[in-house]
Design a protein around this ligand. Structure first.
Ligand SMILES: [Zn+2]
Length: 394
């Protein structure tokens, strides 16, 4: 004999109510964990209201679901609602955990203070875009920008200057979000439609990655192109497609073309030598790994895409363009300069100039550059980026 329908319904209700309660308790535990005094007060304050508001909002939704479940005769729709909430709370609690891990690591000094330099570098980009980014960087298992908390991750344990330019790519994702908000329309969707494609999620994601590479090259100049060419990509797999990212060959094509565009803005062509060197390096690496170059038709489509993205960026954020390469050049000669006359972008470019020139001296150059970065961010006149430095929007 089967279970009576009303008894089954009552058991189902108990099970659903128990799961709602457990999830609600998890949210409470997440909120309590955020109160730990072991995390630097500035870091905590910068995300405190963001996390608290989100947790409070999800708790409220769970309360409503709980009271509706108590009075419901049929439960299917409520299980569906619960599953959705469970997913959203899971994403939120994962972000809380990432913050706790990264912030505790920073607070314990285990990041060799590299996050402080990354914060300051992004602070320079923030000041030039007026985005008013209130967050900070933490170390994680990979470089990442997460829209929910706007905390930017840099790869553990990259305690060197060489990977820092990637933080500018992650910041580029924030700029893309801001661009959409400011324009009040959907520029990426429009680009896809102009190419005869549907503006679906995958296409947007790929455009987003291109835009972030474009922004990083635009804002950092050759330093980002150098990191991308030498350190970022698996050349042996240069044409592999991923569900979320363009191929390495496509990304490098876009980075080189962006640098060429920037180079043409100056009669002297300050980046000509470096572009030639990097192209040779990339093409030589492809060849050595038996990887074909990018197909001409793909390259042509990318060029047209780049022109549209570049125009969007240049119209909205021209102040972000790196424009002091001559200072980097001078610094690379003898590493003597007044720190308050330099930006971190100058230091990163100087470091890469030296690395390309003095092969095999990477560690010595890296140490010198890192010390100069600290001199720059600790120089008395510098307006440093501090997490949560802007008044919270109400
Ligand atoms: Zn990205």
């Amino acid at each position: 004999m089967g279970v009576r329908p009303d008894a089954a319904n009552s058991d189902g209700r108990r099970a659903l109510l128990a799961q709602i309660e457990a999830l609600s308790e998890n949210l409470d535990r997440g909120r309590t964990a955020l109160e730990t005094s072991r995390i630097d007060g500035g870091l905590r304050a910068a995300v405190d209201s963001c996390f608290r508001n989100r947790i409070a909002s999800k708790s409220k939704e769970l309360e409503i679901l709980q009271s509706r479940t108590r009075g419901a005769t049929r439960l299917e729709a409520y299980w569906g609602g619960f599953r959705q909430l469970q997913k959203e709370c899971g994403d939120l609690l994962r972000e809380v955990l990432a913050f706790l891990e990264g912030a505790l690591m920073r607070s314990a000094g285990l990041d060799a203070d590299i996050c402080r330099i990354a914060d300051a570098l992004l602070g320079e980009l923030d000041a030039s875009t007026d985005i008013r980014w209130q967050r900070f960087t933490i170390m994680a298992d990979r470089d990442l920008f997460v829209g929910m908390s706007e905390i930017i991750r840099i790869s553990f344990p990259e305690f060197s200057v060489w990977n820092l330019p990637v933080a500018a790519h992650e910041f580029g994702h924030l700029v893309a979000e801001e661009l959409h908000r400011n324009l009040g329309r959907d520029p990426f969707g429009e680009i896809l439609e102009s190419e005869g494609k549907k503006p679906e999620a995958h296409g947007r994601q790929i455009l987003n990655e291109f835009f972030a590479d474009l922004f990083a090259t635009y804002a950092l100049g050759p330093a980002f192109a150098c990191t991308a060419t030498l350190l970022r990509f698996d050349v042996g797999d240069a044409h592999r497609r991923s569900p979320t990212h363009p191929t390495a060959a496509e990304r490098m094509h876009l980075v080189f073309k962006t640098l060429e565009k920037l180079n043409q803005l100056h009669v002297a062509g300050p980046y000509s030598g470096i572009i030639e060197q990097l192209r040779q390096l990339w093409e030589g690496s492809l060849d050595a790994a038996d990887q074909p170059p990018l197909e001409a038709e793909v390259a042509r489509q990318l060029d047209s895409r780049l022109n549209q993205l570049y125009e969007l960026l240049d119209n909205a954020y021209s102040e972000a363009r790196y424009a002091s390469f001559s200072r980097a050049w001078t610094l690379a000669e003898n590493w003597q300069a007044q720190p308050d006359e330099l930006t971190l972008r100058d230091v990163l470019n100087a470091a890469w100039l030296c690395r390309l020139r003095d092969r095999g001296e990477n560690q010595t150059i890296g140490r010198k550059a890192l010390k100069t970065c600290f001199d720059v961010i600790d120089s008395p006149g510098r307006q440093s980026h501090r997490p949560g430095m802007y008044p919270l929007e109400v």
